[in-house]
Structure formats: C-alpha cells, structure tokens
Design a protein around this ligand. Structure first.
Ligand code: DLZ
Length: 165
C-alpha cells in the first residue's frame, strides 16, 4: 500500500490504450477544494494527454466525498459515459467521521461499478494530514488524479475487449 514505493503519476504512455472514443464523467468533491481541484486537473490533463477528446470529458462537483457515489450514479443514469471517476480528499480528524466517509465512498464506488457494469474509479485521497494530501495531489508522490485517469482508460478498454472477445 505504500505510496512511497510508487509515484502516482508514473506510467508508460505507450502501454496505455487509445481512448479517443471513450467518454468519462468526473465527480469532484468540494471539500478540501485546494486538493481536489489539483486532483481533478491532473485527471483531466492525463486523459487529454492520452488522447481523450475534450468533448468526451464531463466534470461535476458534489458538496463532499460522501456524495461522490451518488454523483457517479447520476452520470451513469443520465449520460452515456463509459466510466466515472470519483475524486475527493478526506483528511483524518479527531472524530470517527473520517472512517465513516472513507468506508461509505469505497463501498459506494465499488457498488456503482457493479450496478452499471462500468468502471467506477476510486480517486479518493484518505490521508492523516494535509501534507500527505499535498504530496499526493501533484507533490512528491505524484498525483492521484493521474493514476485515476489511467485506471479509467485501462478499465474501459478492458470492458470493451471483454465484450468484443
Ligand atoms: C463532514 C465532512 C468532514 C468532517 N470531513 C470531510 C473531508 O475531510 N472530506 C470530504 O470530502 N468531506 C468531508 N465532510 C463532508 C461529507 O463528505 C459530506 O458532504 C457531509 O457529511 C454531508 O453528507
């Protein structure tokens, strides 16, 4: 699990499938906005760098990370996106709120993908403090938004190949 062993932004561009026809819905939490904006920017930039069409990328904000799975469900229900990417940042506080939110988003993200049989990508930072979040949103450990974008492309492509087989 140690992020220090893997930079979140490192990948081999040549190994990433063509995504020029794929459609992505990105849901971004407004909590810890400085961090989530950087994650979302990294995600969009990576999709574009890998060849995604700007018109095929939709971004929607939700109030907090707890609302991310429902935001993703709205995308699947009302648009033809191939994948949703849920982006948020939950920072450990003094209460149990952290545990409840992280657990709910992880469970909701997984269930969303299963329900619609389409990739639902977990782009949630769950950190002990702000510095850890900064380090993973374009800092020394890279950007989790980049990782989420690459995961989305790979999973949409895997679904397509599975259906074509
Ligand atoms: C309430 C709350 C707290 C304490 N912390 C965070 C956080 O660190 N990151 C985040 O994305 N959202 C937080 N929230 C808001 C909840 O996700 C949610 O929006 C509210 O509980 C309303 O459902």
């Amino acid at each position: 699990m140690a992020t220090s062993l893997k930079n979140l932004s490192s990948y081999d561009p040549d190994s990433i499938p063509d995504c020029s026809e794929y459609k992505f819905g990105i849901v971004v939490s407004e909590w810890n906005e400085m961090i989530t904006a950087a994650l979302a920017q990294g995600c969009v930039d990576t999709l574009l760098r890998q060849g995604a069409n700007n018109n095929n990328i939709r971004v929607q904000t939700v109030p907090g990370s707890f609302e991310l799975p429902l935001g993703g469900q709205f995308f699947f229900e009302s648009t033809d996106v191939d994948a949703v990417i849920l982006i948020g940042c939950v920072i450990q506080g003094e209460t149990k709120h952290f545990d409840f939110i992280c657990q709910a988003v992880a469970q909701g993200c997984m269930e969303l993908g299963m329900k619609y049989n389409k990739p639902s990508i977990f782009g949630l930072l769950t950190t002990n403090n702000l510095q850890q979040a900064i380090d993973r949103s374009g800092g020394i450990h890279g950007n989790k938004g980049d990782e989420a974008a690459i995961t989305a492309i790979k999973m949409v492509d895997l679904r397509k190949k599975s259906r074509d087989a």
